[in-house]
Design a protein around this ligand. Structure first.
Ligand SMILES: NC(=O)c1ccc[n+]([C@@H]2O[C@H](COP(=O)([O-])OP(=O)(O)OC[C@H]3O[C@@H](n4cnc5c(N)ncnc54)[C@H](OP(=O)(O)O)[C@@H]3O)[C@@H](O)[C@H]2O)c1
Length: 240
């Protein structure tokens, strides 16, 4: 059995990944709040411990010896709340960090512990962003979480290389994708997001890439024979 475990597969990039991995014959378990697929598990990442336990339960009965390949994709994410943190409710700040960072780490850790001894090829891909590498006015939480997750992956890569049956952790920058996340950006007032006009222009100029195209590039990356521990890959360099 080839298995995909993915967060945020209900829409956008995650949905396109679910559809394309399904076509390739993978079994899938998808984790999101709306959980629209027959292979979905409903999880709200704003609550890390409840999320971790839901994932643990969903993977508990999988026979690791029957796995031919395991792909884990940390894809779920949110930009909200956009704006300076000092203008926002503390509960919203906490929800953002829990979704993009704390829950992601707990879930990946749960999956690694469960399948560390599985002998098949195991790729663990973190969907990152250009926001991991630079600051944007109004995205400080998102930028912090993306940067933190990239370096979590770097450390995992070092650790996994000491294991007899390692996961192969990588970061993937998917570029600018035509999803609800971009629609949210364009709808944000300039007082909260200073670069909003540039993102509106990008959409008007047809510069956003479809989720299907980005998902195909991610699969190209995951299938690279030369895939290496802790590398950062950009989908724009791996198009069909
Ligand atoms: N769009 C871009 O231009 C762009 C650029 C760079 C990086 N990325 C990254 O690409 C990934 C996918 O983004 P996208 O553009 O496809 O976004 P999207 O269309 O907004 O989809 C986000 C996904 O995350 C899930 N999610 C959000 N909050 C959640 C929560 N509290 N609990 C559980 N699931 C939650 C959503 O599911 P539910 O709503 O059903 O819970 C949905 O499946 C993200 O990591 C994003 O940071 C996107």
């Amino acid at each position: 059995m080839k298995l995909l475990l993915i967060t945020g597969g209900s829409k956008g990039l995650g949905l396109a990944l679910c559809e394309q991995f399904k076509q390739k014959g993978y079994q899938i378990i998808e984790f999101s709040r709306s959980a629209p697929h027959e292979f979905s598990v409903s999880v709200d990442l704003t609550n890390p411990e409840v999320s971790r336990l839901a994932v643990a339960k969903a993977i508990a009965s999988i026979n690791a010896n029957q796995l031919q390949e395991l792909v884990v994709i940390n894809n779920a994410g949110t930009l909200a709340p956009i704006g300076q943190t000092s203008d926002k409710a503390f509960s919203d700040l906490l929800n953002s960090m829990n979704t993009n960072f704390v829950s992601a780490i707990l879930i990946l850790t749960e999956i690694i512990a469960r399948f560390q001894s599985a002998t098949c090829k195991k790729v663990l891909a973190n969907i990152s962003s250009g926001a991991a590498l630079k600051g944007y006015y109004g995205w400080s939480l998102y930028c912090a979480a993306k940067a933190g997750m990239e370096n979590f992956i770097h450390s995992l890569a070092v650790e996994q290389q000491t294991q007899p049956h390692p996961f192969l952790p990588i970061n993937i920058d998917p570029g600018v994708i035509d999803t609800d996340m971009q629609a949210l950006i364009r709808a944000t007032p300039q007082s909260d997001f200073a670069d909003v006009e540039r993102f509106i222009q990008r959409k008007n100029q047809g510069l956003l890439v479809s989720p299907d195209k980005v998902a195909a590039s991610i699969i190209n990356i995951i299938e690279l024979p030369s895939l290496s521990f802790g590398n950062r890959y950009e989908t724009s360099k791996h198009n069909n």
